[in-house]
Design a protein around this ligand. Structure first.
Ligand SMILES: Cc1cc2nc3c(=O)[nH]c(=O)nc-3n(C[C@H](O)[C@H](O)[C@H](O)COP(=O)(O)O)c2cc1C
Length: 320
């Protein structure tokens, strides 16, 4: 099913330090229907900060990529929107949900949920600056006493957002506790633009239940897809057919993990790629026998050759 010109209404969540080009390549190879970047700061893009530029530059990727921007200045958003349009973005998502202190203290991310006039100005300015669609991702609110997601969603719609994603946690919760899906349902009932619900989805059946009960247009999955890149397509397939695809075999996990590490090393160089691969390796093997001992050994490795040898040795023993 096409949805907002994506191939699926099961979205991957943007995650700083995680949803980079190598992970997107992996997800695309597993049939993911939409792909998104890590957040990139508008001021850093304008300064052509190498790391932010690398995040925003999706020109060479063979599939559409949503680029997420974070910041607090409408003018810088406009400049960054023009730049990422030229850098090949499929569309632009504005981060108004990040709870991290460094971002919030800058009046960006979820801090914008406490400043609706500025948030509106940012969305309007961005929409005017680019022919691309502009979406917004935000939370339930700042804290339980200030759960203004419904009012915020209406503001996004009036300001020209094409669709919105609501994470059902407050800024105060960070990533702990549970996501409040009732407020996501209230948002859906209050606006006419598509609403993507996000928070705690960890299986195809859970996604189906959320879509049915809260009538959202799509779902977004974050932490549950880490080390499990098949989840997005398995969920999409289940929603389309009612049929659950089998879990990947241990041998498929091995092949995917090796491919992922090779992509990381190609993209970041051997030293950088190996360092970043450690967290991914931990996610891929977390449910496997003796994963802890394997992770401890993996952490000490610095070369792709050593990583490949250790992984092949570990998986050969499990596969027997
Ligand atoms: C490590 C980490 C980094 C994240 N970075 C971003 C980000 O850059 N932009 C964003 O909008 N959300 C970010 N998020 C939030 C996720 O997109 C998502 O809203 C959240 O994890 C809830 O979904 P889940 O319960 O399916 O994981 C991040 C979450 C985590 C755990």
């Amino acid at each position: 099913m096409a949805f907002l010109d994506f191939d699926s209404n099961v979205f991957m969540a943007p995650m700083a330090g995680i949803t980079d080009a190598p992970l997107r390549t992996i997800l695309a190879s597993c049939g993911a229907g939409n792909l998104i970047s890590e957040m990139a700061a508008v001021n850093a893009i304008q300064r052509k900060n190498p790391k932010s530029w690398q995040i925003a530059n999706v020109k060479d990727e063979p599939y559409p990529v949503v680029v997420q921007l974070v910041g607090n200045s409408p003018e810088l958003f406009a400049d960054a929107a023009k730049l990422v349009t030229d850098l090949g973005a499929h569309s632009i998502d504005i981060n108004m949900g990040c709870p991290v202190k460094k971002i919030v203290n800058n009046n960006a991310g979820s801090a914008l949920m406490r400043d609706l006039p500025l948030a509106a100005q940012i969305i309007e300015t961005t929409v005017k600056a680019t022919p691309l669609k502009v979406s917004v991702k935000f939370r339930k609110g700042w804290d339980n006493e200030h759960s203004n997601a419904v009012e915020f969603a209406k503001m996004c719609e009036q300001s020209g957002a094409s669709y919105i994603t609501v994470h059902g946690r407050t800024r105060a919760q960070g990533y702990s506790g549970t996501a409040d899906w009732n407020i996501i349902g209230e948002v859906k009932a209050a606006v006419s633009i598509p609403v993507i619900g996000n928070g705690d989805i960890d299986s195809p059946q859970c996604a189906e239940q959320r879509l049915k009960q809260y009538a959202v247009d799509g779902v977004m999955i974050g932490r549950a897809m880490l080390g499990s890149p098949w989840l997005l397509n398995r969920t999409h397939h289940y929603l389309q057919t009612g049929h659950i695809l089998p879990e990947p075999s241990v041998s498929e996990v091995r092949q995917m993990l090796l491919k992922h590490i090779r992509l990381l090393v190609d993209y970041y160089g051997e030293r950088g790629g190996m360092a970043i691969s450690r967290k991914h390796v931990g996610w891929y093997v977390k449910s496997l026998y003796e994963a802890k001992r394997f992770r401890e050994q993996y952490t000490k490795l610095n070369t792709l050759t050593d990583a490949t040898d250790l992984i092949n040795d570990f998986f050969s023993r499990i596969e027997q």
